[in-house]
Design a protein around this ligand. Structure first.
Ligand SMILES: [Zn+2]
Length: 577
């Protein structure tokens, strides 16, 4: 492709709407343009990279026995109503009426669609397993689309659905996808981690997330650098129970705290660190009040609370319930004398010495509180999100906090969809059973953004060879010089003949403009054809990731570039690592 002809309107200025590197660069390097909030047109350079990511994913799905098909974006609401998700999805699902007044929706995912077909067509255990996938556009009406394609309203996803006869079959399918995902992300050049996405408390490890490590990730994760354990901070199990030492505090006493309600206000007012405060939260668990106690500097994890009280649903209590349970307005709740049949304290609460909490009285707090002496004992549980320094649940090594971009997700669904949608098979005795399902997603467009987050610098993108829109760019320094233009054109033709995906910058532009665009677009290999090199019978060869260029004889250049391309592709091939 010629830079004089390509539709690649690069931008010198950083667009105001973009906050993160990948979003800025996808706009500046002319990979895409916004059409409205969270919706993008992919331009030729961006589309080439997206297609390469798709192809890697496709090859890895096929390698594991996946069969590609293509489902409609436009969805029939009927199966969604049968699984109960038509309402559950709420306003995140695009819904509208067709000209006949019938409701239609746009698919945010395709469990209902695929399960309906398998229910209709697959009858016998002999036809199982089936691994069916598509690479397709998905729609989610995000409240706040941001970060470019990272959180868009329309995006491209690969979704695979596995149908097995039993749990063992599902385990095999899950394992295959685990392998496929590791291979696919490795081939894209992503530095990733696999984390547990469900807490151990709710029935085993049924879900895994693939996180691309990045400074701006939306997901907070903790990882163990010793044994490789990793989890979302919400999902990480905290098993350590800090030892409580004997209480040596003065007797507890009340302090007047007019209008001091938040942890931050209290920290300033009493000069006590948040870690010594007892945050007292009133929740409703399936409609019944529950009080949760945790350290002032910790975040309550609602899923863990839900598990601890075995409730289907928990939500923060309304002001009226808080007044009834604590006898005080919001902001002054505390564990001393609280009138609630169910109080649960986080594992860290007994270790707080000379603690501070609300006194269940307006404008009053207690100080010098000790667990066991002044309040409690209560039922203890793990109620909080993990933080850096918490101990690894597998090997007790301190965990490190990181940020990640979720690029893939594996989920064991079991019979969640096959039962309501009647997706059953007959076993060898003629008995009917629901199929056991799994679903497995990869955010294709999000992968491209994650690659850029991990492979870029202040000048632009530094594409890994496997997903670069082009592999090599030939920059002719001065196209009005016949000798340079001829040498550049000859090399370009040779590269194309050798099967190298090449660009040639044959524009009548200043060299600085060409070099800036080359760095911004980030093609892995740059060859400069200019007077200095040609005087020695050479061209200048530079990898985008390196600072230094080197001279290569003109007649060897194409062969050498081809060898670099092959070596780089091999480097990203998991089998050869
Ligand atoms: Zn560990």
């Amino acid at each position: 492709m010629r830079m004089s002809e390509i539709f690649a309107p690069t931008l010198r200025e950083v667009p105001a709407e973009a906050e993160i590197a990948s979003h800025k660069l996808m706009l500046r390097a002319a990979l895409m343009r916004k059409t409205m909030a969270g919706v993008y047109t992919y331009l030729p350079l961006g589309w080439r990279s997206i297609r390469k990511v798709e192809q890697i994913v496709r090859e890895e799905m096929d390698r594991q026995g996946g069969q590609e098909l293509f489902m409609p974006a436009l969805q029939n609401p009927e199966p969604w109503q049968r699984t109960g998700r038509y309402d559950d999805y709420g306003s995140e699902m695009f819904k509208f009426k067709d000209r006949g007044g019938r409701e239609v929706c746009l698919g945010p995912t395709h469990e209902e669609n695929i399960t309906t077909h398998v229910a209709d067509e697959v009858r016998s255990y002999r036809q199982l397993p089936k691994l069916l996938y598509q690479i397709q556009t998905k729609f989610r009406d995000e409240i706040r689309p941001r970060y470019g394609v990272m959180r868009g309203r329309e995006f491209i996803m690969k979704d695979l659905y596995s149908f097995d006869a039993d749990q063992q079959g599902l385990d095999v399918s899950f394992e295959r996808m685990y392998e496929a995902y590791c291979r696919a992300f490795t081939r894209m050049g992503l530095d990733f981690l696999v984390v547990e996405a469900d807490s151990g408390a709710i029935g085993g490890k049924v879900s895994k997330e693939y996180m691309a490590i990045a400074g701006i990730g939306e997901a907070d994760i903790v990882v163990c650098e010793k044994c490789g354990y990793g989890a979302n901070v919400e999902r990480a199990e905290i098993t350590a129970r800090p030892e409580a030492s004997a209480c040596e505090c003065p007797p507890m006493s009340k302090v007047e705290t007019p209008d001091v309600r938040t942890i931050e206000q209290l920290e300033r007012f009493l000069s006590v660190p948040a870690g010594r405060m007892i945050k007292t939260l009133v929740y409703l668990a399936d409609g019944e009040p529950v009080v949760a106690l945790l350290r002032g500097d910790r975040e309550l994890n609602e899923l863990k609370l839900r598990n601890a009280v075995a409730a289907r649903e928990v939500s923060l209590a309304d002001e009226e319930t808080i007044l009834r349970v604590t006898g005080a307005p919001v902001g002054f709740a505390g564990p001393v004398g609280i009138k609630c049949p169910k109080v649960i304290a986080d594992f860290e609460i007994p270790a707080i010495m000379c603690g501070v909490s609300g006194a269940n009285e307006k404008d009053v707090h207690y100080k010098d509180l000790c667990y066991g002496r002044d309040f409690g004992p209560f039922e203890l549980a793990d109620l909080r999100n993990a933080v850096e320094g918490d101990l690894c649940p597998d090997c007790s090594n301190p965990l490190v906090a990181k940020k990640g971009i979720e690029v893939g997700h594996l989920f064991k669904l079991g019979a969640k969809y096959s039962v309501p949608l009647g997706c059953t098979y007959l076993d060898d005795k003629g008995e009917s059973h629901p199929m056991v399902m799994g679903c497995y997603g990869i955010g294709i467009t999000r992968c491209v953004a994650a690659v850029i987050e991990q492979h870029s610098d202040e000048k632009g993108i530094i594409w890994p060879m496997s997903v670069a829109p082009y592999q090599c760019t030939v920059v002719v320094v001065n196209t009005t010089d016949e000798r340079q233009l001829e040498a550049g054109e000859a090399l370009y033709a040779e590269l194309m003949a050798a099967g190298v995906e090449a660009l040639i910058d044959d524009r009548d532009e200043r060299p600085g403009v060409k070099f800036n665009d080359a760095d911004l677009i980030g093609i892995p290999i740059r060859v400069t054809v200019g007077p200095k090199g040609l005087d020695k019978g050479c061209v200048e060869l530079k990898m985008r990731r390196d600072a230094q260029a080197r001279l290569v004889p003109v007649e060897d250049a194409a062969e050498e570039i081809k060898a670099i391309v092959d070596a780089e592709m091999d480097r990203l091939e998991p089998c050869k690592r």
